[in-house]
Design a protein. Structure first.
Length: 342
């Protein structure tokens, strides 16, 4: 096999353009060093996929670009420095922002950002988790500094609780013993956030301060912002407890007034799941450990699956459908695509 199927694009186009994705063939990659060559059986689509696809110069690319940052599959070969996996292992991962993506039959990925996938999840269930699982886990336990125990009297506000990251973050925060206030605005998303374990749900299109205070919470210990930081910054600064911690995953378009946190000595941090692989940090292998821990939680039935839309067959037509779904901004859970045409 000299070439494999993939879904790519050679122009940054609107998703309603039939050329926004194309079925293509690419060369079979070869594993070296820490690389695993993985047969991709399932992928999912995240907001970052849509941003990368539609954002860029309008000139035609020199060669098609393959994106995708979630996969579950089987290791088919390994590089000469691999120590964590063997051929035949079923793995899951979110990949590396600087390398070719998961929307291909075979993909190279650094073993240090890969985990063994849960035995009790199907491909469609597993494909939905890696990126949002890593983002939620790193946000809670690395950036916010939450411990796994001793949180019975602590509260976290999760803004956008029904999206992919929020769906996992609610569950992890509950496992750590926190009281969770999540935001959602539609009947379906409110029900979903409650299904994930949220103790209370408030509407992020209405005054968050008034709603949280109505729940007899003057302040919250932690805030995880997953949507529209510009719109919520003043509310975040008002609701955070003195010495509290705030983490955001979405970029701002206006300057953030950090002076609003001065008197409270509150801490603000960014979470970008790709940072460890992008900069090859000394902590890169932590993503292997995190994915293995999340898999253990699934194997123990401590976490719920979050895939809500499943498209059978990974191809350009279904990828356009999936990107269109994500671009509505109304997604609950995650969209996955499974399998390749024979």
């Amino acid at each position: 096999m000299n070439s494999i199927k993939a879904v790519g694009f050679d122009q940054h186009l609107s998703i309603d353009n039939p050329d926004s994705f194309q079925d293509i063939n690419i060369n079979v990659p070869e594993a070296h060093g820490h690389d695993l060559l993985v047969r991709v059986d399932g992928v999912s689509v995240n907001p970052v996929d849509t941003f990368v696809r539609k954002s860029g110069r309008k000139n035609r690319l020199n060669k098609p670009k393959v994106i995708g940052w979630d996969a579950v599959g089987i290791v088919t070969s390994i590089g000469d420095e691999v120590t964590l996996f063997n051929k035949g292992d079923r793995v899951w991962y979110a990949g590396d922002f600087t390398r070719s993506g998961s929307n291909a039959q075979l993909q190279l990925v650094d073993e240090r950002i890969v985990g063994l996938s849960p035995k009790n999840l199907t491909d469609d269930q597993a494909a939905a988790i890696p990126l949002v699982g890593l983002t939620a886990y790193e946000s809670l336990f690395e950036k916010l500094g939450i411990n796994w125990t001793g949180n019975e009297n602590k509260t976290i506000l999760i803004i956008n609780g029904a999206g992919g990251v929020g769906s996992v973050a609610i569950q992890l925060a509950k496992l750590a013993g926190l009281t969770v206030i999540a935001t959602a605005s539609r009947d379906k998303s409110i029900l979903w956030a409650k299904k994930m374990g949220a103790d209370q749900v408030v509407n992020h299109h209405q005054d968050l301060v008034a709603q949280v205070r109505h729940l007899n919470k003057k302040y919250v210990d932690y805030i995880l912002n997953l949507n529209n930081l510009d719109a919520h910054w003043n509310e975040i600064a008002e609701l955070i407890k003195p010495d509290g911690q705030i983490v955001a995953t979405t970029e701002n378009h206006r300057l953030i007034d950090l002076q609003k946190l001065t008197k409270k000595r509150a801490t603000f941090a960014w979470e970008w799941m790709y940072s460890k692989s992008y900069f090859q940090t000394s902590t890169i292998t932590s993503q292997n450990k995190i994915l293995n821990h999340i898999a253990e939680l699934y194997n123990n039935n401590s976490l719920l699956p979050i895939n809500t839309i499943n498209y059978q067959i990974i191809n350009a037509t279904n990828m356009r459908k999936a990107h269109a779904d994500v671009e509505t901004g109304a997604m609950i859970g995650k969209i996955v695509l499974i399998g390749w045409e024979k």
